[in-house]
Design a protein around this ligand. Structure first.
Ligand code: BT5
Length: 269
């Protein structure tokens, strides 16, 4: 189901019960020259992927959704779409959570903050955390189309009913958080907030508003971080996100370093 604002804005959705990867479906459509504004949504993936060849576990009942668009914006600004997706997902989840969390009667004693609601926060560059555990991930991919234009595929995985165990860091699901939601309702809320956030981003100064909203909801500002990059590990204090979306880390010598890509670990380990 697509919300009215998405239908009005010309979006379509192709739904799967189970598929290899919704990002692969979207990339295939882009290669075939498809005009975009299409969501590929699935209840299960058998070959879900994360960044850098990593796997994304997508058991039945979780949400896997990939949006294929062919933006008019210059291709050097397209990395910002990951932030649009993060803000849209954060907005959708916080809109969905209160009623659900109140029903479950969660309170602070369960380690859940904010008056019974899990605290949803964005982790640079592309994760959504709930009370510090990974609830969702975003994978942005680009595909040159036959006509030379660049299509962007924004893949979003949300742990709705189950989170994988045994990862090097904690993962959680909406079910774990006491929110009895299903994947179609999470998708509907996401598709709706995507339309709002993408309009904002496309709207001149809106680009900065998206980055500011992202930063307002960021996890770990002021914390010690270790950033794994291609050339090693950088340790320092996570100072902020700049207006270009770079992670700004201040190292021991007081240098401010702007990072465009990497994996962030909080704390000193
Ligand atoms: C991501 O990668 O977090 C991006 C995940 C994007 C998934 C969506 S689902 C729809 C679309 N279709 C696809 O095939 N992919 C996209 P990364 O930051 O590289 O995180 C991957 C790592 O997270 C793995 O190496 C595991 O450690 C961990 N992980 C795997 N599955 C997870 C899950 N369901 N929940 C939390 N962590 C997970």
């Amino acid at each position: 189901p697509l919300p009215d604002n998405a239908v009005e804005a010309g979006y379509r959705v192709i739904g799967f019960d189970s598929v290899g990867s919704t990002n692969i479906e979207a990339m295939k459509a882009a290669m075939a020259g498809n005009a975009g504004k299409i969501w590929y949504a699935a209840l299960q993936q058998t070959e879900g992927r994360g960044r850098r060849g990593r796997a994304w576990e997508s058991p039945y009942g979780n949400l896997a959704a990939s949006l294929m668009i062919v933006p008019d914006a210059p291709s050097n600004s397209l990395a910002g779409l990951g932030f649009v997706a993060g803000v849209a997902l954060n907005t959708a989840l916080t809109r969905l959570m209160p009623a659900a969390a109140i029903r479950s009667g969660l309170d602070g004693a369960d380690g859940v903050s904010d008056g019974g609601r899990a605290r949803i926060a964005l982790k640079w560059p592309n994760d959504v955390l709930a009370d510090g555990a990974k609830l969702a991930g975003i994978l942005l991919e680009a595909q040159k189309r036959p006509d030379g234009r660049t299509a962007i595929v924004i893949g979003i995985g949300v742990n709705v009913v189950a989170a994988p165990q045994g990862l090097p860091y904690p993962a959680t699901s909406l079910a774990d958080l006491g929110a009895p939601l299903d994947a179609p309702s999470v998708f509907e809320a996401l598709a709706e907030s995507w339309v709002e956030c993408y309009q904002m981003w496309n709207n001149g100064s809106g680009t900065n508003r998206i980055i500011h909203r992202w930063r307002d909801n960021a996890a770990g500002i002021g914390a010690e971080v270790a950033v794994q990059r291609g050339d090693g590990v950088l340790r320092g204090i996570f100072e902020t996100i700049d207006d270009a979306g770079h992670l700004i880390v201040r190292d021991d010598e007081g240098h401010r370093i702007a990072i465009t890509a990497g994996d962030v670990h909080f704390g000193t380990t």
